[in-house]
Design a protein around this ligand. Structure first.
Ligand SMILES: Cc1ncc(COP(=O)(O)O)c(C=O)c1O
Length: 452
């Protein structure tokens, strides 16, 4: 049984996961309260757009970008830039937002390049990643990017004739595999020796010689050790390895990186047990001090420092809103079934991601026994949240899951014929539809009849 104090404390901690503008407002003509985000009443949005829907709070996005930009200005004396890792969620509107904040956009392959270009992101702000870039990816990157991050030697061979045949080719960075990963789920580690990403220091040497031989515009070194980590410590040894390599390259070839990127990956709090929110300033400071000291010790000029956050820019700004349907009691579990699940958020099924939630109506209600919040899809793994203390809820009530802005919509599927949800942009009391809900007709647009 939750006391009034325990209930208030739980509510405060859950609200700290939601966007900065989230409030509990009295409903006009009704004694009850409801959640609002960006000055918009979630119940009104559901009445207009249906559920499930996702919404992004512009003020929270702006604050996250500002946190990176001001931390870099505070701690790094050289040039710097923030690149939004579009893999977290890219749509026309999100790409347009990046330009309002003077961010670069990291695109993985031709598809994301296409979205960024359609959104009007200028070439000067497009950077392309990818571990096994297809010919189409390389063509799109050559045509539209300012920077291509080369993952492997075979890619460099395939890219070279394209670059030599292009009047104003993108410049290149090389992706180093430092042999050190950050502490995160194994599926999200990328820096370890056996990772599928990047080149060994030996391969980087070879790649630099290749670029110099062919007169390619080689400008930078990149590494990324994994995604959703809370402790920056493993960046230290990776930075040492990469700066040692840079110093060796400077002494043997005369080439020095003008740009250095230690990738992205800073974590966020998904559940009240994860609070406080990981501090962006601490992360940026750790990297900035490491780069400055490491370059000074080796006599290297300070490179432009590019950071590449995805999740920590957009996750907290996004909220998923669902309607409760069936409610079931089994031997030990209270099930709340909602109208979305693993099709719009595969993260719990993919790597056991843990979430929290609040009812949209009267979120201050005291929790009862734990609830298992599950989706409608035909997999027993389609459970978004396990054993979360929640109040008694009725069919037809809405429930909001915070920290839904990264790697949900980007990884969603049409499993069981699910139609991808509507996405709204909330800004100072105004809601804009930035992606409409899919229809059954959308599910059929790629299909052709079988001719017998
Ligand atoms: C090269 C690169 N940069 C940046 C990111 C962004 O990571 P996150 O969204 O965790 O910040 C990733 C994610 O895996 C990545 O592979």
């Amino acid at each position: 049984m939750y006391t009034a104090n325990a209930t208030a404390s739980l509510l405060a901690r859950r609200l700290a996961l939601f966007p900065l503008t989230t409030a509990i407002a009295p409903m006009p003509g009704d004694g009850r309260t409801a959640l609002t985000i960006g000055g918009c009443d979630l119940r009104m949005l559901a009445a207009e757009h249906g559920t499930p829907f996702y919404c992004f709070d512009a003020a929270t996005l702006d604050a996250a970008a500002q946190a990176y930009q001001s931390a870099l200005a505070r701690h790094y004396p050289g040039e710097s830039a923030v690149t939004y890792a579009g893999k977290a969620y890219l749509s026309r509107a999100m790409a347009q937002w990046t330009q309002r904040r003077q961010l670069w956009v990291d695109c993985t392959g031709a598809g994301e390049i296409g979205i960024a270009v359609a959104a009007g992101v200028p070439r000067a702000h497009i950077l392309v990643h990818g571990v096994n870039k297809s010919d189409a990816d390389l063509d799109a990157a050559t045509a539209h990017a300012a920077i291509i991050v080369v993952d492997n030697l075979a890619e460099l061979q395939r890219l070279t004739p394209r670059l030599l045949a292009t009047e104003n080719p993108p410049s290149l960075w090389l992706r180093v595999r430092p042999g050190v990963a950050v502490d995160t789920h194994a599926y999200r580690q990328t820096g370890q020796e056996d990772s599928k990403f990047g080149m060994s220091p030996q391969e980087i040497m070879e790649a630099v010689h290749h670029c110099l031989r062919h007169g390619l515009a080689l400008h930078g070194l990149h590494f990324h050790q994994g995604s959703h980590f809370h402790d920056p410590t493993p960046i230290g040894p990776a930075l040492e390895i990469v700066l040692d390599l840079a110093a060796e390259l400077a002494s043997t070839t005369g080439w020095q990186p003008r740009a250095l990127s230690p990738g992205g990956g800073w974590g966020v709090a998904y559940h009240e047990d994860d609070l406080p929110q990981p501090d962006v300033d601490e992360y940026v400071r750790f990297i900035a001090l490491g780069v400055v000291a490491g370059c000074r010790r080796r006599g290297l000029a300070l490179p432009t420092l590019h950071l590449e956050p995805g999740r920590s820019l957009v996750a907290r700004a996004g909220v998923a809103v669902y309607t409760v349907g069936a409610i079931k009691q089994t031997a030990t579990r209270r099930w709340l079934f909602i109208d979305g699940g693993m099709a719009d958020n595969p993260r719990p099924a993919l790597y056991g991601a843990r979430y929290s939630a609040l009812p949209v109506l009267a979120p201050e209600r005291a929790p009862l026994e734990p609830a298992w919040i599950a989706g409608p899809y035909c997999e027993s793994g389609d459970i978004l949240i396990e054993a979360l203390p929640m109040p008694a809820m009725e069919a037809g009530e809405m429930l909001a899951i915070p920290v839904s802005g990264a790697y949900h919509l980007a990884m969603q599927s049409n499993y069981n014929g699910a139609r991808k949800p509507a996405v709204l942009w909330l800004d100072a009391g105004r809601a804009q539809l930035i992606q409409r809900r899919e229809t059954i007709a959308d599910l059929l647009t790629r299909d052709a009849d079988l001719v017998l």
